[in-house]
Design a protein around this ligand. Structure first.
Ligand SMILES: [Mg+2]
Length: 226
């Protein structure tokens, strides 16, 4: 069977949550509950109010944290520690995934709106931390989140991707609106299909080059040169 991709990309950029691990693992549900809990505890809202604030901030700023910083002056480090304070027993060592990633001849990066500590915890639980050259987290983008185009400029700079290399770079994400600025810059884009962000996908389908049910099926569609 003909594979869709050659192993020809020089830069492979992966989102973390619900992309590196399957959304069906349920891990993000726990983080999501912690976000609501944080707003309830720190800003003294009821659960209902907290959920409203949350969706309002997300819609307005693209990331709940950014909205809470701008409008409620919360401490971002305290927030990130709080929301990521969950255990990950559902994650396991992913030998096959590690091999697939290791086979890619290009450079590999993590680009996340979450924190570096959270990313490291996830990647090490899955045994794939060493596969990535750099992790770019929300602190490193000065709390400018995806899908703000400024965040992508910082990303390209920190990963050292020059403008003539943008077209040989590919970005893999479960939130389609985050693929839009990447696509506009000239990167190839891959959406990890999921129900949660289906509406968002429908609104941004034109910025999606490929879609896959999960990371493994995407990586299985690559024919390796080595
Ligand atoms: Mg994600």
């Amino acid at each position: 069977m003909k594979k869709l991709f050659n192993d020809s990309f020089e830069n492979w950029i992966f989102d973390l949550d619900n992309t590196i691990y399957d959304i069906k693992a349920g891990l993000f549900v726990k983080i999501s509950e912690r976000i609501t809990q944080y707003i309830m505890e720190v800003l003294s809202f009821t659960k209902e109010e907290a959920n409203l604030v949350r969706s309002d901030m997300y819609k307005k700023y693209g990331l709940t944290l950014t909205g809470l910083m701008r409008e409620y002056e919360i401490d971002p480090d305290e927030y990130l520690d709080f929301i990521h304070d969950v255990t990950h027993p559902e994650l396991q060592y992913e030998e096959q995934l590690k091999l697939c990633l290791n086979n890619l001849s290009g450079r590999k990066f993590i680009y996340t709106n979450a924190s570096q500590d959270h990313a490291k915890k996830i990647l090490s639980a899955m045994g794939i931390e060493a596969e990535f050259e750099k992790i770019l987290d929300i602190k490193a983008t000065h709390y400018v989140p995806k899908p703000d185009p400024k965040s992508y400029d910082i990303m390209l700079k920190i990963f050292g991707i020059l403008s003539n290399k943008v077209e040989s770079s590919i970005f893999i994400e479960d939130t389609a609106k985050n693929l839009k600025p990447a696509k506009l810059l000239g990167l190839k884009t891959v959406w990890m299909e999921n129900e949660r962000n289906l509406e968002d996908y429908k609104n941004h389908a034109e910025y999606v080059d490929y879609k896959y049910s999960d990371l493994k099926s995407f990586l299985n569609d690559i024919s390796y040169s080595n």
